[in-house]
Design a protein around this ligand. Structure first.
Ligand SMILES: Cc1ncc(COP(=O)(O)O)c(C=O)c1O
Length: 472
């Protein structure tokens, strides 16, 4: 007789070749089995240990999947009677409430409103100048209410564009006119403007391997053909890009500090990239997400500074330097593209929220931004040194990278499973393999942002992570 709890009866399919974390796949299969009625109310689920052994996955991965089902009221813990299926949810309701679990689930998964230890992409929660910012926002709300009843400039407030141009001259050595600047709701908005203006559909684009998954996905959504180019200690291996796809029309790069490995594009590679773009009339999109926020030494000038800048679209963001909650960034267009970008912005996606723009203008004009960056650099450097010392004790090959630490793992390790388990324990490391297009050859590892590690939580966070890693 067939065991009703065998994974094949439950149709649990674990596909290690896809982008979806294994824990998510187990959760989705069980969820579907419950909703389809293949698992009846009251029926006992296999024990976590049994299911993990049958599927060949870590016990923690199964436990996290069960915990999610419990949180959704689909199953309940019945003590010694195991984990059992709950009363059948009303038809339709569960589907309406089903979480969207696509390939980017790891990036859209709800976090607590207070960022978790190791969570990437967020600044120090405890060091944001809340009072100062609240004052500036209040003033901006009043100014906005009194002044405007008309459409705003789709490129953004002129005063903010002027402040950004001055700041870029000082911090990124870029010479640009405020009319080349478009204010956006962040990097992703800027990327959308650029890809639309460049008509990227159906054309080849170099991307970094590994590289920022949302940038890669943006190119896929717009219908570009991706050519992953490897990264080494000098950044993107431009020669490899030229060998594989010399006719690409675009390269999407993080030359200042590679995301996520942290290396800076070497001077030789910068020249090679800009020479290729000039010769081929190709475009380079510079993702300058960290700007001058570099913890070791002075940040290299932007790729869009100096010779060759006429082929570079520079995209900046206040997400890391201030906060992603602001939803503010900017594009600096080369002169030849500026009008087309303005058209795309005016027609499809103009500059966002004028109040935030006015508040950030004052923040820049009064010198608070430079002061804040200086403080954050010192704070993050301290947190990174401390974290590296702790993490190196249980993952000895760990390295500092950008605003975090990278802990490489053996090729057979399942970094996604470790991440799933860590999330259930209130930690938010990221899996290095998820930053690769070619998942089968992907490097495994943990990306550990240090921005939210404080003296009062670092010991506990590192100890917990150490025990999770040890159990894998
Ligand atoms: C590589 C990279 N680019 C850009 C961004 C910022 O994106 P946005 O300005 O859309 O928040 C991030 C944030 O995590 C990032 O890691």
């Amino acid at each position: 007789m067939t065991d009703p709890n065998a994974p094949n009866v439950l149709s649990i399919q674990v596909d290690r070749a896809t982008d979806a974390p294994i824990g998510d796949q187990i959760h989705a299969s069980l969820r579907q089995a419950i909703l389809d009625g293949r698992l009846a109310p009251g029926q006992r689920l296999p024990s976590g240990r049994d299911l993990a052994a049958q599927l060949g996955v870590a016990r923690g991965t199964v436990r996290v999947a069960y915990e999610r089902l419990i949180a959704e009221n689909l199953v309940f813990g019945a003590g010694p009677a195991g984990t059992r299926v709950g009363a059948r949810p009303p038809v339709g309701r569960a589907n309406d409430e089903a979480p969207l679990d696509g390939p980017l689930a790891a990036f859209t998964r709800p976090y607590s409103s207070t960022p978790l230890p190791f969570q990437m992409g967020v600044p120090a929660h405890d060091a944001f100048p809340t009072k100062l910012w609240a004052r500036m926002r209040a003033r901006a709300v009043r100014a906005d209410a009194i002044t405007y009843t008309a459409y705003a400039d789709p490129r953004g407030e002129p005063a903010l564009r002027a402040q950004i141009a001055s700041h870029l001259a000082v911090s990124r050595q870029m010479q640009c006119h405020p009319d080349q600047i478009l204010v956006t709701s962040g990097y992703r908005h800027g990327l959308m403007l650029a890809l639309t203006a460049l008509r990227a559909h159906g054309r080849k684009a170099w991307i970094e391997e590994p590289g920022y998954p949302l940038g890669r996905r943006a190119l896929e959504l717009i219908g570009a053909a991706l050519e992953p180019v490897p990264i080494d200690a000098e950044g993107m291996r431009v020669k490899d890009g030229i060998a594989r796809a010399p006719d690409a029309f675009l390269a999407l790069v993080t030359p200042g500090q590679h995301a996520p490995l942290g290396v800076t594009l070497s001077p030789a590679r910068r020249h090679a990239l800009l020479d290729w773009a000039a010769a081929r009339e190709a475009w380079v999109i510079e993702d300058d997400y960290l700007g001058e926020l570099q913890l070791d030494g002075r940040a290299a000038p932007a790729l869009a500074a100096g010779e060759g800048a006429n082929r570079v679209i520079h995209i900046g963001s206040f997400s890391k330097t201030l906060s992603p909650a602001l939803g503010l960034g900017f594009v600096v267009a080369p002169r030849s593209l500026a009008e087309r970008l303005v058209e795309v912005s005016a027609v499809l996606a103009p500059a966002p929220n004028r109040t935030t723009q006015l508040a950030v203008t004052e923040f820049l004009a009064d010198g608070h931004f430079l002061r804040h960056l200086r403080r954050m650099k010192a704070l993050y450097a301290e947190r990174r040194n401390l974290a590296l010392a702790h993490v190196s004790e249980f993952l000895p090959n760990s390295l500092a990278a950008g605003l975090g630490v990278i802990a490489p793992l053996p090729q057979l390790a399942d970094d996604n499973a470790i991440v799933d388990v860590a999330r259930a324990h209130g930690l938010a490391p990221s899996a290095l393999s998820a930053w690769h297009l070619r998942r089968t050859h992907a490097q495994r590892g943990l990306l550990l942002s240090v921005t939210n590690l404080r003296l009062d939580n670092i010991d506990a966070a590192c100890a917990k992570l150490a025990s999770i890693v040890a159990s894998h």
